[in-house]
Write a protein that binds this ligand. Structure first.
Ligand code: AGP
Length: 606
């Protein structure tokens, strides 16, 4: 996905835009650009700092817009970087989303004599708006008129050279928010880049546009009907979007996990009733009571969280649960009836495949539930009901606190659904009590994070890893492998331990280490057998196990200990050292762990 920031007020715009783009870099970072009426367009390939360096001093102008790009159409280049302009160089715009019919629109414009300087779908939008604007000189009307012929998704900020302090913001399928302050206003893809200036935010709905000037803002529907929209106070602080002295967002966010887990349960545990209080589900409580089957959808780490969710729901709620890759879900002949609900897990709330899965589920009349971190995001808005993580902005591309918060909320969801069925008050209270102990247990792991740094140093030279687990920690194996891959570029595979002898054990030798996730739980003895089979073939082994289980040391080259907890909660603890291991390995290998190559924080393309 890409990042958008725009400003109109009384201060010089360019420093505000650069500062906002740096906060938005987690959304996309292969190129960046900005436009200030009267001072033109400036672009750079690479990080936002390259753009800052390319700007000759303080640009005149108290309005403007900026963009960070994650390339979808056209490679990262100056020509493809946003902002884009129309044939006359009057209209300028930045875009987040995908224009599906851009080629046919472009061909028609070329037939009309238009020339294009980029390979992007966005530039076609600028030309379409420019044609309308040349005829009417009415910017908002031109924007809406041009969009009538467009199929796709867009979050837009549009400006015109001859109306220098006016921004038209548009939302259809890609989030756009307006930041409100005294005599100055902001437009951005999400709240994070505006927090330094204001917490007073308006999230446009799909099919709305806003006209923003230093005097104020007005929101309209695409049929130009004015919409009354009051700002909401967003409970995020500016330091949430800063590194706060940490070398990387990823480490900061791992260190935030204890407080994130505390925030996730705050006000949501009813200990006397042995239940969870999830206000976001109340509107569908009766429907959820009758749900007989749950389908969980997500991508990447969210999918692995869903794998844990499946086990939690089947063990605690007692109904069948299926977890599906969101990108596969829509291709399934979904055998579902009105007693099937779909649970979407998404940190960003903008992942296109997960959003498409939700839309497909709704099209089939199924109840949809979201576990989402970003307030006001598309998935949060489009699911019937949901639970917010309240984990704060996750700026690092690799999901760490977001993933662990998803696991915690899945426990709360299972508790809530279980207590509607056969889970007793005592069982519920016991689970809730242990959940409340996890933040302190994570702090214990974090207090020994230097051990994971040493472990990464010890294994720096290895280029392939196997992560194995069973039951609740099979997803941990997959997630641990993903973290290592995405922040260190080291090849790693997650595998079911029971599957080793059906093929993967052929790879084992002394340069192919295995990470075995084996807390003292119901699968421990089977895990031991798998590890022994690996050791018998000279495989190096790192074991993650429960504090005090020192007997395992003869089995392993290295042991990482985690505090004891209930089996169904072990993934929340076991993933912490694996996140740290991946982090230190990435740093040691010189990777920008917050901005790994080729990745973006949320994949808003299918
Ligand atoms: C996680 O480390 C990855 N960056 C990625 O797999 C992510 O979990 C996936 O893209 C889903 O994102 P979402 O939770 O925002 O939907």
């Amino acid at each position: 996905m890409c990042g958008i920031i725009a400003y109109t007020g009384s201060k010089p715009a360019s420093p505000i835009l650069i500062e906002g783009l740096k906060v938005l870099e987690y959304r996309g970072y292969d190129s960046a650009g900005l436009y200030v009426p009267g001072a033109g367009v400036h672009k750079a390939v690479g990080p936002v700092q390259a753009l800052a360096d390319a700007i000759p001093g303080l640009l005149p102008g108290t309005a403007g817009m900026g963009h960070t790009r994650w390339a979808t159409h056209g490679n990262p280049s100056l020509e493809n970087a946003h902002p884009h302009t129309d044939q006359n160089g009057t209209i300028f715009l930045v875009h987040n989303g995908i224009i599906e019919n851009y080629m046919e629109l472009r061909e028609k414009l070329v037939e009309q004599g238009h020339t294009f300087t980029s390979e992007t779908d966005t530039e076609v939008l600028a030309h379409l708006i420019g044609v309308e604007y040349e005829a009417t000189h009415d910017m908002p009307a031109s924007v809406v008129a041009a969009l009538q012929s467009v199929r796709g998704t867009y979050g837009l900020a549009v400006m015109a050279e001859d109306t220098p302090d006016t921004i038209v913001a548009v939302r259809l399928g890609s989030p756009i928010a307006i930041g409100v302050k005294e005599q100055e206003f902001f437009v951005a893809s999400d709240a994070a880049p505006m927090l330094r200036h204001t917490n007073s935010i308006i999230y446009l709905e799909d099919g709305e546009y806003a006209v923003v000037t230093p005097q104020g803002y007005t929101v309209y529907s695409f049929s130009h009907r004015q919409q009354e929209r009051e700002p909401e106070i967003v409970d995020m602080q500016v330091e949430d979007a800063d590194k706060n002295g940490h070398p990387h967002y990823m480490l900061k966010e791992i260190l935030e996990v204890p407080s994130v887990l505390e925030n996730g349960t705050r006000g949501r545990i009813l200990m006397k009733e042995g239940n969870a209080k999830l206000g976001g589900l109340v509107d569908r409580e009766d429907v959820l009571r009758d749900v007989e089957r749950l389908i969980i959808v997500g991508c990447g780490s969210a999918y692995y969280a869903g794998m844990v969710g499946k086990l939690l729901v089947e063990d605690i709620v007692g109904i069948p649960a299926h977890v599906e890759l969101a990108s596969e879900f829509r291709h399934r002949s979904m055998l579902a009836d009105e007693n099937t609900a779909v649970l979407a897990i998404s940190q960003s709330g903008e992942t296109a495949d997960t959003l498409a899965a939700i839309r497909e589920a709704k099209r089939r009349g199924l109840t949809t539930v979201g576990i989402v971190n970003v307030v006001g995001s598309s998935i949060a808005r489009e699911t019937d009901v949901g639970i917010y993580n309240h984990a704060g902005p996750e700026m690092s591309v690799a999901s760490t606190k977001g993933f662990l918060s998803q696991l915690e909320l899945l426990v709360l969801f299972a508790l809530y659904m279980g207590r509607m069925r056969s889970l007793t008050q005592a069982q519920g209270a016991e689970l809730a009590m242990e959940l409340l102990r996890l933040p302190e247990k994570v702090r214990m792991i974090l207090s020994e994070r230097h051990k994971l740094k040493l472990l990464a140093e010890e294994y720096l030279g290895y280029d392939d890893f196997l992560f194995i687990g069973r039951a609740y920690n099979l997803p941990t194996a997959f997630e641990g492998a993903l973290k290592l891959k995405e922040v260190s570029y080291v090849h790693a595979e997650g595998y079911g331990a029971g599957e080793m002898k059906h093929g993967p054990i052929a790879m084992i030798d002394d340069i192919f280490p295995t990470v075995g996730i084996m807390p003292l739980d119901s699968t421990y003895s089977k895990m031991r057998s798998s590890i022994e089979e690996i050791r018998a073939r000279d495989g190096k082994v790192i074991i993650v196990t429960t504090d005090g289980n020192t007997g395992v040391e003869r089995l392993a080259d290295d042991v990482v200990y985690i505090p004891e907890t209930k089996e169904c909660l072990t993934p929340i603890l076991a993933n912490v050292p694996l996140q740290l291991f991946a982090y230190y390995m990435g740093v040691l290998r010189g990777v920008n762990v917050d901005r790994p190559r080729n990745l973006a924080k949320s994949v808003t393309v299918e």
